[in-house]
Design a protein around this ligand. Structure first.
Ligand code: 5GP
Length: 344
């Protein structure tokens, strides 16, 4: 486990509010509880629960949204999430988050993302590189690479994906895509479609997704998280996104098409088991995809990483080009190979 923690890693499937520290969520809930905005005891019991079904996860996300949708909380959570990933030696992090509006406190989608960027700038413990190298970095906080004790700071590269939540309207999704395009120079590298898979129809967001594609913004789709959405899975595969997340429930023909397409899959091993979408790690589809040499972004949580389900999807895309530390790729292959050997 210690060896695992020490290895440089790439994390490509992290949801900002899904990665917030429990202690921070509880502190925020306590504050809101004291002001009578939320019932602290209810929130505490939900946050402290370990294994949650997919339905319960999305109930939790709705609660988290109440707790975190203010600028200061978003800035704080971003800073802590970066510190946590860096402490596990993640060297490249793609952090995704849904820009949210909260008119009561003057929050717009833009100011939400500004709060995230403030969080990136406020990290002091490590050196955060979030402005792409082809951009004038005057915009970013000048980070010192040496700390007060004369020790070189660890560096973490961070890029952002803006998420469209399936609860949103098509117009709201378009606003998110336009914001992402405006913020390319601030490290926004793509669009994600996520949110409760039981809610809404994915084609509500097609105009926004097509607009993103027309402007060369890469797209990641959460796909196949429920058994009764095969038609949607088919349409998503036909859409041919840059990556898909989860890919649990596909029919035989769709598995064949997926493998043919070589669309990289973000595998979320422990998440899928904790939420009950996959019975055990041994039944997980990653083994078949791995043996088929399908491009995978996969989680080393298989080796017993203790972080909760949504927090530790440390993953690999063999053709990933942004990454500078090539060692990560070798490490990930090693992890998967080790796992397969352990099974044999
Ligand atoms: P946020 O976008 O607020 O920073 O991160 C939390 C959000 O990410 C959740 O409200 C939900 O929309 C999305 N999310 C987190 N985990 C999952 C997942 O496993 N599946 C899907 N479809 N969405 C997720």
């Amino acid at each position: 486990m210690e060896w695992c923690l020490k290895q440089p890693k790439i994390e490509l499937h992290a949801h900002l509010n899904g990665s917030a520290r429990d202690s921070t969520l509880l502190e925020l809930a306590r504050g809101l509880g004291e002001r009578g905005v939320v019932d602290f005891a209810t929130i505490e019991s939900v946050i402290r629960k370990n294994d949650r079904s997919l339905v319960e996860c999305f109930k939790l996300f709705d609660l988290i949204r109440i707790l975190t949708t203010d600028h200061a909380a978003i800035t704080r959570i971003t800073r802590e999430v970066i510190e946590d990933f860096a402490s596990e030696n993640v060297v490249y992090l793609e952090l995704r988050t849904t820009p949210k509006k909260n008119e009561a406190i003057g929050m717009s989608k833009r100011s939400y993302i500004q709060a995230v960027l403030d969080g990136l700038r406020s990290v002091d413990a490590v050196d955060v590189d979030f402005i792409p190298s082809n951009v004038n970095k005057a915009n970013s906080k000048k980070t010192l690479s040496i700390n007060d004790n004369g020790v070189t700071k660890t560096k973490i590269f961070v890029r952002l994906l803006l998420s469209i939540d399936r609860q949103e309207t098509g117009e709201a999704a378009m606003e998110t895509v336009k914001l992402a395009l405006e913020m390319k120079d601030l490290g926004v590298v793509g669009i994600d479609l996520s949110g409760n898979p039981a809610v809404g129809e994915w084609d509500t967001f097609l105009p926004a997704l097509n607009f993103a594609r027309a402007h060369e913004l890469p797209i990641v789709l959460h796909c196949g998280e429920l058994p009764d959405r095969l038609e949607e899975v088919q349409e998503m595969l036909n859409f041919y996104p840059q990556r898909i997340g989860h890919a649990i429930f596909l029919d035989d023909e769709q598995w064949r098409l997926l493998k043919l397409s070589k669309i990289p899959v973000e595998i979320c091993l422990t998440s899928n088991v904790h939420t009950g979408c996959v019975t055990t790690i041994d039944d997980h589809h990653f083994i078949d995809l791995y043996k088929s040499k399908h491009p995978l972004l996969c989680a080393p949580t298989i080796l017993g990483c203790s972080r909760p389900a949504f927090l530790a999807n440390i993953i690999l895309h063999p053709q990933h080009s942004v990454l500078e530390g090539k060692k990560c790729l070798r490490w990930e292959r090693l992890q998967l190979t080790t796992y397969l050997q352990m099974k044999e």
